[in-house]
Design a protein around this ligand. Structure first.
Ligand code: F6P
Ligand code: MN
Length: 331
């Protein structure tokens, strides 16, 4: 049986009245940019992408060459697409409205062009994360317009540039996975209606922060580490890729809990709400999982700033609920 391409999948979604032509074309544009980034990532040191650029991003982090390249690929692809009113990137301080000499669309795009960039030079998976919101008609797309809760997203997705390039998307009716066929250079539907198991025995957290964690997180991880002898009565395994895209892809594939909690150093958490936590929370919920900041459902949080950080606990529902209940009990 021939498998559907991303284009066919999106046309079907449009026919079903789930998305309009503009959103379909926007997702196609993003997917095309992801293919171009995938090619750059694959070239490694041969493509000039390794090493650091001489700049810092809005978070004060040193930018890698590939960060800058990926950002430019996404900007160029979207500028003349005609589907966007404005965009926001992790790599840029301010909102970038579509220039007035290009056609303006009804959507707002937010992206992390190259997630997990500390892994670029060491040949470990990296990726691109995106979130799409609607721009109310006739409104100038400034920062305020972007500050919508995650539940207002109309689409979200991420690509992982790993041993294969994978694209996961949702338009609000389930989560779907595509594999890049390098011979035809098309994304092919390979995971339909992704479902995260409710239970898991695998957790992901950067344990080097352990001494800084809040008591509920410490309790949860201590109980996992105690294995069969502890209150959970079962063995747990641990994984930490340090690329959110790869860790979340694993959770979507075989279940698990992924946590980047707030701690005494990262007081608001480490990950960014609008282009990391929100799109991942949308996808994870669409796959039957949960996503909270330890206390509140991520998709209900009203953002205060474009580049706001947030604590993230996501994945298999029963484990996320457990962590959330530990937080509730410690108040
Ligand atoms: O974008 C931030 C990020 O690179 C995520 O992809 C990843 O989960 C996290 O940071 C890794 O953080 P740390 O370096 O603390 O392990
Ligand atoms: Mn990132």
């Amino acid at each position: 049986m021939r498998r559907a391409s991303l284009t066919q999948f999106l046309i079907e979604r449009q026919r079903a009245g789930r998305i309009n032509a503009d959103l379909r074309l926007l997702i196609e544009t993003i997917a095309r940019a992801c293919k171009a980034i995938s090619t750059r990532v694959n070239k490694g040191a041969l493509g000039g992408g390794h090493g650091s650029a001489s700049s810092e991003n809005v978070q004060g982090e040193i930018q890698k060459n590939l960060d800058v390249m990926s950002n430019e690929i996404l900007l160029e692809a979207n500028e003349w697409g005609g589907n966007l009113a404005a965009l926001v990137s992790e790599e840029m301080e301010d909102v970038k409205p579509t220039p007035t000499h290009y056609p303006r669309g009804e959507y707002l795009l937010l992206f992390d062009p190259l997630d997990g960039s500390s892994n670029i030079d060491v040949n470990i998976s990296v990726g691109t994360i995106f979130s799409v919101l609607r721009c109310p008609p006739g409104v100038e797309p400034d920062e305020q317009v972007f500050l919508q809760p995650g539940r207002s997203q109309v689409a979200a997705g991420f690509a992982v540039y790993g041993p294969t390039t994978q694209l996961v998307i949702t338009v609000g009716d389930g989560a779907y996975g595509f594999t890049l066929d390098r011979e035809t250079f098309t994304f092919v539907l390979t995971q339909e209606g992704i479902k995260i198991p409710q239970d898991t025995a695998e957790f992901a957290i950067n344990a080097s922060n352990m001494r800084r964690w809040e008591p509920p997180v410490k309790r949860y991880i201590d109980e996992c580490l105690a294995g069969k002898d502890g209150p959970r009565g079962k063995e747990f395994n641990m994984r930490w890729v340090a690329s959110m895209v790869a860790d979340v892809y694993r959770v979507l594939s075989r279940g698990g809990i992924f946590m980047y909690p707030r701690d005494s150093k990262n007081k608001d958490g480490r990950l960014r709400l609008m282009y990391e936590a929100n799109p991942m929370a949308f996808i994870v919920e669409q796959a039957g999982g949960s996503a909270t900041d330890g206390k509140t459902r991520i998709l209900d949080i009203r953002p205060k700033k474009l580049h706001q950080r947030i604590a993230v606990v996501l994945g298999s529902k029963n484990e996320v609920d457990r962590v959330t209940s530990y937080h509730a009990n410690s108040q």
